[in-house]
Design a protein around this ligand. Structure first.
Ligand code: SF4
Ligand code: SF4
Length: 61
């Protein structure tokens, strides 16, 4: 079971996680990233690696 958390204090809504994710897991809502479709996650860790704010906590990455 994958868990993904975002530190909303740090997230600036840049959308790089949305752009990099091959599975369409992410949306931006009110200028914050939300992992809306976690069940589709392929655990590639690209979102964690690309995030300039280092605000994504992923259980597999
Ligand atoms: S890449 Fe990081 S800072 Fe940018 S929207 Fe995604 S979670 Fe927020
Ligand atoms: S680990 Fe990969 S597939 Fe999962 S949310 Fe991040 S970029 Fe998308």
């Amino acid at each position: 079971m994958v868990s993904i958390e975002v530190d909303e204090e740090k997230c600036d809504g840049c959308g790089e996680c949305v752009d990099v994710c091959p599975e369409g897991v992410w949306i931006i809502n009110h200028e914050k990233a939300k992992p809306k479709n976690i069940d589709a996650c392929a655990e590639c860790c690209s979102c964690v690696e690309v995030c300039p704010q280092e605000c994504i906590e992923h259980s597999s990455c």
